[in-house]
Design a protein around this ligand. Structure first.
Ligand SMILES: [Zn+2]
Length: 306
């Protein structure tokens, strides 16, 4: 009898609990649905997040703007980089599309994963130099852009110094290079798209594989290139990151996107010494994995995967 009563009491409580739980679930789903806009994705609450993704030897930088817009600068070496690192990073932050995709230059270690990105992630604008380059990967990349353009799904933008990129009103985006002339040559590194991104008092400089010639060209044009955070060009190769460039940029943090035991000897000891002499804090993707920098426009924080 006692047992029977206790079971009845239990059942009554279970029904109440079930009703409460169901109501909470319905309410919860409603809240989730109503707070998840489709366009654009959730704002970053005034935070700019820049991820220097660890894709081995190459570059891939994912930028999540304070207003919830996304930009990918370069796409690693291969579709594996896209599938295993780039797209999962985008999804991990709750995004499923890219507003801007920038291919700094046509080399494999910068565009190798971009065809897969274009096939799997909707992209609004593809920013590229249009330099002629006849590798299979680059041709596949151009073909995919042209297919998406024809389908009305993407707009290509030819980037030159001064080309405006309407990314997020909270940010200043300056395309510092390339100029017209170098794009006509077959020097891909020195025709890299170089972008200075500023949020409040904090600037980033994204340099692709620019070498001394392109750095000198940018300095010749005049204007401010100062940046607290410098993406060291060309994986720390010795033909870039000159003294004159470092004098002008005056970085506090240097990020080197480089693969462990690469065949190129990147980064060079000269570049590391040059940065160390200036007490620039060096971060390397081969040693620390993906490097994430967040800023509210006044200060910034650096965190590393390893
Ligand atoms: Zn490279």
């Amino acid at each position: 009898m006692r047992k029977h009563r206790s079971l009845a009491a239990y059942s009554w409580q279970a029904v109440v609990a079930l009703v409460v739980l169901t109501s909470l679930l319905i309410l919860g789903c409603g809240l989730i649905n109503s707070s998840t806009p489709t366009q654009p994705p959730p704002p970053q609450d005034g935070t700019l997040t820049v991820l220097f993704l660890d894709i081995g030897q190459g570059d891939s930088i994912l930028i999540l703007s304070p207003g919830g817009y996304t930009m990918l600068i370069d796409g690693g070496n291969s579709s594996r980089d896209a599938n295993e690192v780039i797209i999962p990073a985008l999804h991990a932050y709750g995004y499923d599309e890219l507003d801007f995709l920038v291919a700094t230059h046509p080399d494999q270690d910068h565009i190798g994963g971009l065809v897969t990105v274009l096939q799997k992630v909707p992209v609004r604008y593809a920013v590229l130099t249009g330099q002629e380059h006849t590798t299979q990967t680059y041709e596949a990349f151009l073909k995919e852009i042209s297919r998406l353009k024809s389908a009305g799904q993407l707009t290509p933008i030819k980037a030159r110094r001064g080309t405006p990129l309407d990314f997020d009103p909270a940010l200043k985006v300056e395309v510092l290079a390339p100029g017209d002339d170098v794009v006509e040559t077959n020097d891909t590194n020195n025709a890299s798209i170089v972008i200075r991104l500023t949020y409040g008092a904090v600037s980033f400089l994204f340099t692709g594989d620019a070498e001394n010639e392109e750095e000198a060209w940018i300095l010749d044009q005049g204007g401010d290139v100062q940046a607290q955070i410098l993406k060291v060009s060309h994986h720390g190769g010795k033909t870039g990151t000159s003294e004159a460039w470092l004098n002008a940029v005056s970085p506090e943090v240097a990020v080197i996107s480089v693969g462990a035991d690469n065949h190129y000897g990147h980064p060079s000891s000269q570049v590391i010494e040059r940065l160390a002499r200036r007490k620039v804090k060096i971060y390397r993707t081969d040693q620390q994995g993906t490097i994430t920098i967040t800023t509210d426009g006044s200060g910034y924080q650096v965190s590393t995967e390893k």
